[in-house]
Unconditional design. Sequence first.
Length: 348
Amino acid sequence: MCRIVHDNIVYSLQQTGGISMVWSALNDAVLRSDFDVSFVERKGAEKNLFRSKLLIPEKRVIRRRMLLQADRYMSVKCDVDESFIFHSSYYRDCSCRDANNVVTVHDFAYERVKFASKLARKVHHWQKMKAIRNADSIVCVSRNTYDDLLYFYPEIDKRKVSVIYNGVSDEFRLLDDDYDDYVLFVGSRASYKNFEMAAMAVAQSGLRLVVCGSPLSLKEHRFLQSCFRENMYVECVNADATTLNRLYNRAYCLVYPSIYEGFGLPIVEAQKAGCPVIVYGVSSIPEVMGDSRLMIKSNVSSTEIMSKINLLKNQSLRKEEIGSARENAKRFTLKKMQREYIELYQSI
């Protein structure tokens, strides 16, 4: 029987988020498989929204007790006396001689857009480089991420690299055809996501703004107060899939003008839920989104976003966009992603 060790470090790094969602789906798949699987995990991991829904028997858990600030960057050593597969949720490797290391490369945002401090970029690059160079098998979440991998690591043997697209849960689905007068912004608000640009466009349109993700900072509140009249914006903190699906269903549209994505999960979530998506057509976004008149192909700006928002006033165009988007989203199912990872493990 194949022995697998899954490293659940991502549950200690975030309370929710795209990587946690995808990793939990993969954990669920191996729990239901014939594999002999264990999970490296820290105390308190259950606080993660997705981990809290997983039923992992305590006897399968390998506890880590060192300080998180150090542990998150450390190689893992497992007390396993046979060949096994080690797969980390976020750029850790296993130093055991019998480990077959698998790494999933989510994106190259730190390298491509340099949005964090110089120290943060340097540490992240070191950790990612270590995981990639020690990996026996590398998974990229899109063809664009695959191309980035070979750009930054041209020495990597292509034969050990594969593309497995992220899957999106069937919890995201169309509930009805009606919609309200608000625009959604979902996910990280790092500088390269163009949150302020999106907010200014929504404010100019006269629509409300709903911000889903981590809590708004004081600086962000002040910015939004300068753009919107009272009660014209609201935040929804760390929404679960059920809440987020309802928001997608009732939204006028999702605005997602990021200048770089490794995949872009909110795009597919919205498409599955029948929510039109306005994007900037760069990096992996055209690959994931498919062809759309709502894709900005020139330089992104609040004016360009506004013009796409106005396009959606045309009800026949809106209906056509929703139909083609829902068809596109069928390419990215959790079942397909889970099956491809299981097949990868079997091949190892």
